[in-house]
Design a binder for this molecule. Structure first.
Ligand code: GLN
Length: 264
């Protein structure tokens, strides 16, 4: 069991990228560490932060935003900061990036109005908003995580196939290139409402359209992030103390029932 390690959670642009409640992901990671007596620090990564601050985090959380805020973020996320984030993700630091955030990690995002926003090109995907008169993709979403060996690892943590329950709210449609999808849609729109894929998975970065927020609704993902972050940081195998997730599990069962999805 661990008691000497500590986890630093890097939170990308909290004031600009927290429109859709994804702050709950940060709180979930924080609480699940505290419940296990793992010291935890939340490190806001903001317009004021120096690139070296980006280098000192163990797990990264990026939330959703509106088109305008995404543009402001991308103007700031250039040069040394962009390189630091790129190096982190390429180096295996885990992260969870929701909705507006993965749009920015792809090659570009075409907003509802205005100019194309160039992304970091870290994920081989593009996102396009079809315009303000086209319906947004809004509603509950259920999908199964598919990349291997992530799916098998999560199945072990959860004791059954890793089904994600979330809520999506996006105008942009995402199209994947050579990057793996995070999962297969069971209910909802996913990346674009056409190809049946949801999100993307690259190195240890989870990209998804699923708010909810994601982690409290799917706590096994939070534990995978914490475990992976500590393993990457300390280069040793980490076993997390199990927590009582029975209430979360009951909520998941109720949602799956309401959405008429059979547990696989
Ligand atoms: N602005 C983006 C879109 O509408 C992202 C929305 C979000 O982050 N929920 O596609």
């Amino acid at each position: 069991m661990i008691n000497t390690q500590e986890l630093r959670i890097g939170w990308l642009y909290p004031t600009l990228m927290s429109t859709y409640g994804d702050r709950g992901n940060v709180i979930c990671l924080q609480r699940r560490c505290q419940w296990r007596n793992i010291p935890v620090t939340i490190v806001p990564l903001t317009q004021e932060s120096d690139a070296t601050i980006f280098e000192q985090v163990d797990v990264i959380v990026g939330g959703g935003a509106q088109d305008r805020q995404q543009e402001i973020v991308m103007r700031d996320l250039q040069g040394a900061k962009a390189e630091a984030l790129r190096a982190k993700i390429e180096g295996g630091t885990p992260g969870v990036f929701t909705c507006g955030s993965p749009q920015l990690l792809g090659h570009y995002y075409e907003p509802a109005l205005g100019q194309r926003i160039e992304g970091l090109g870290l994920l081989d995907l593009v996102s396009k908003h079809p315009g303000p008169n086209v319906s947004r993709c809004i509603g509950n979403v259920v999908f199964e995580i598919t990349p291997s060996p992530l799916a098998e690892t999560l199945k072990k943590l959860l004791g059954k196939p890793p089904i994600i329950i979330g809520f999506e709210n996006h105008g942009g449609r995402t199209y994947l290139g050579q990057v793996e999808p995070l999962g297969k849609v069971i209910k909802g729109y996913g990346n674009n409402g056409e190809d049946g894929y949801e999100g993307a998975f690259y190195r240890h970065a989870i990209a998804t359209y699923s708010h909810g927020p994601l982690l409290p609704k799917n706590p096994f993902i939070a534990d995978w992030l914490i475990q992976t972050a500590l393993q990457e940081k300390y280069q040793t195998e980490i076993t997390l103390t199990p927590l009582d997730d029975s209430l979360a599990e009951k909520a998941r069962e109720a949602m799956l029932k309401r959405l008429d999805v059979n547990q696989l």
